[in-house]
Design a protein around this ligand. Sequence first.
Ligand SMILES: Nc1ncnc2c1ncn2[C@@H]1O[C@H](COP(=O)(O)OP(=O)(O)OP(=O)(O)O)[C@@H](O)[C@H]1O
Length: 312
Amino acid sequence: MSSSAIAVSGLRKAYGDKVVLDGIDFEVAQGSVFSMLGPNGAGKTTTVNVMATLLKADAGTVVVAGHDVATATKKVRASIGVTGQFAAVDELLTGRENLQLMADLKRVRSGRDTVTQLLERFDLVESADKASSTYSGGMRRKLDLAMTLVGRPQIIFLDEPTTGLDPRSRRTMWGIVRELVADGTTIFLTTQYLDEADHLSDRIVVLDDGRLVAQGTPEELKRQVPGTHVRLRFGGLDDLDTAARALAGSTRDDQELTLRVPSEGDSRSLRALLDTLDEHMINALEFSVHTPDLDDVFLALTGRTSAEVVAQ
Ligand SMILES: Nc1ncnc2c1ncn2[C@@H]1O[C@H](COP(=O)(O)OP(=O)(O)OP(=O)(O)O)[C@@H](O)[C@H]1O
């Protein structure tokens, strides 16, 4: 068995004439967080559904926890947990009953203890005996994830787990993801939130229109996009003029009295820039360094900003 938790190669899927996955390849290391980013309709859920044995691929090989999804469906299902868009929470049952039902379905030994531990871990003890229909969105998602953890799956698929959550609940979910990974669980996450992928992931792939347009660590992806620059703001047009002439490759904004200067962003190049300003006896009222973030990467790769994607 390879050390990869998931290995996908040449994965293709079409609905009629519409090609949704056009031959994608990636590997997910055991005990890591792997994020798939992509705009609406890029094919993220389709990819998760194939890996989770809920959908058959047209071509390609998908191996999950050492088993081929095409031939060893049961073994794959016994190794994974899926949470997100196909939420399993039954609203008529209480939180405790939902968890107990899952423990019974998965034939977990000492199911009652597991349920108690999960209620504690997810801070759901107080509401454990209330109908889950009365839960807030954040509580329902926590319950959904808790249900996924019954039976301790090795690999967990989280399909957009924090969409619509308030910042505090998002942070709670992030904390739980980190704990799971520290315990050796592998997490496959799909998200439209770049900051989420940036904070949590060991590796990220960007899916657009059925193809992987980039993959790497968050840092590697950010490095693919040139754009570290220093922004200077001056007190008047004279200073702006002088600085623009002295600093090669800079772009000026006369309204804002600002200058954008390309820079490596390291201490030596910043010192050289300040020396140049000193030599010309110019004082910048403001000085800030901007490094590209995943939003810039996303824009460069897909032609869309994440805000546009979320607003769709
Ligand atoms: N059962 C289906 N029949 C036909 N087309 C489908 C079916 N399921 C998905 N599609 C299409 O496949 C494409 C990819 O869908 P998918 O749900 O995988 O995208 P996604 O990246 O998960 O998007 P979202 O973020 O909106 O969930 C979309 O264009 C969708 O309309």
